[in-house]
Write a protein that binds this ligand. Structure first.
Ligand SMILES: [Cu+2]
Length: 329
């Protein structure tokens, strides 16, 4: 019997029954379908718009200098919204599928590729759109970005993260994996404003042979803004365990140093550590991810900063780069 034969036979049977029982059957079918439709609608479908935008940069708490506004291209969920970085956080649970519709409102072609998850790298022309079906893999964190144009599109801000949690709702890094009390996502990046960002944003040709980044961000924030951002800081009571998902969307590696105490490295580049090592610094490679487990072991305020001095600055202004705080009560 073909796939179609069964419903056809069913319809024929309906046609031979009375008008009343036919109405009842149709009503029954509608009732059966309603929960299915509701479930499908809530199954985390996203629409991302590629837009131009800007990222405000605050002044340094040390010097009071450095405030500016940086132009960007980004994936936003607001039609004609501010295309700033990082893009919308995509969330799912392991084993589930969802769709992402990407609408290109920019004047050059772009794409949307989730590293290690989706494979369609073809371009979306200006004014065009494409819908991707994402089959969510194992729990973890994944970088999505525009892979076109020699890293220029990503560098201008077309990147973000997909967070995948366990399907049973447990606070574990993965099924039967390490437990946590709180979770954080750190999407970090660097950019070369004079040679890349401003040149590309104005529609001119970037010389990709030279890349000297002068701005460094965490979750699109720099310096003091990152140190007080509740989505970035590891703030809790002594004993709290944080799962920190880290995505380096930039072109330079970043060495993140956690003060106060050590953490466990759970995974690097999507590969889980068989015996998670304890460290106080982790080098997250450009374009790669990591997950660490950090427990607040003693009261106090401690910094989390990058060990490359340049990355603690914004265009040379100290304490205006990648940083956040560890606050234990
Ligand atoms: Cu340090």
């Amino acid at each position: 019997m073909s796939v179609l034969e069964e419903p056809i036979l069913f319809l024929q049977r309906i046609a031979h029954t009375s008008k009343w029982s036919r109405t009842l059957l149709i009503l029954l079918l509608v009732l059966i379908c309603i929960p299915t439709l509701t479930w499908a609608a809530s199954n985390s479908d996203y629409t991302l718009y590629i837009e131009t935008g800007y990222v405000p940069v605050g002044s340094s708490p040390e010097t009071g200098n450095g405030a500016t506004t940086i132009s960007s291209w980004g994936y936003t969920d607001v039609d004609n919204g501010n295309g700033r970085f990082p893009g919308v956080i995509l969330e799912s649970i392991e084993g589930r599928s969802f769709t992402v519709k990407v609408v290109n409102h920019h004047n050059i072609k772009h794409n949307f590729v989730i590293q290690g998850v989706t494979t369609d790298t073809s371009a979306i022309p200006p004014g065009g759109s494409r819908t991707y079906t994402v089959n969510t893999p194992a729990a973890g964190v994944f970088l999505y970005r525009d892979t076109l144009n020699n890293n220029i599109n990503r560098s201008l801000g077309l990147f973000g993260a997909l967070v995948v949690r366990t399907s049973d709702g447990s606070q574990q890094a993965w099924r039967n994996g390490p437990r946590y009390d709180q979770e954080r996502l750190w999407v970090i990046n660097d950019l070369d404003r004079p040679r890349w960002t401003d040149v590309a944003f104005n529609g001119n040709r970037v010389n990709t042979d030279i890349y000297k980044p002068n701005y460094f961000f965490m979750n699109g924030l720099n310096g003091f803004a990152g140190m007080v951002d509740a989505n970035s800081t590891l703030e809790g009571i002594v004993g709290d365990v944080f799962l920190v998902r880290i995505v380096n969307s930039g072109q330079f590696d970043q060495s993140l140093h956690f003060h106060s105490n050590h953490f466990q490295v759970l995974s690097r580049g999507g590969v889980r550590e068989a015996a998670p090592p304890y460290q106080d610094t982790i080098n997250v490679r450009a374009g790669k991810t990591a997950m660490v487990l950090y427990q607040l072991n003693q009261r106090g305020h401690y910094p989390m900063h990058v060990h490359t001095a340049q990355m603690e600055t914004g265009n040379g202004v100290y304490l205006n780069g990648t940083a956040t705080m560890i606050i234990a009560h």
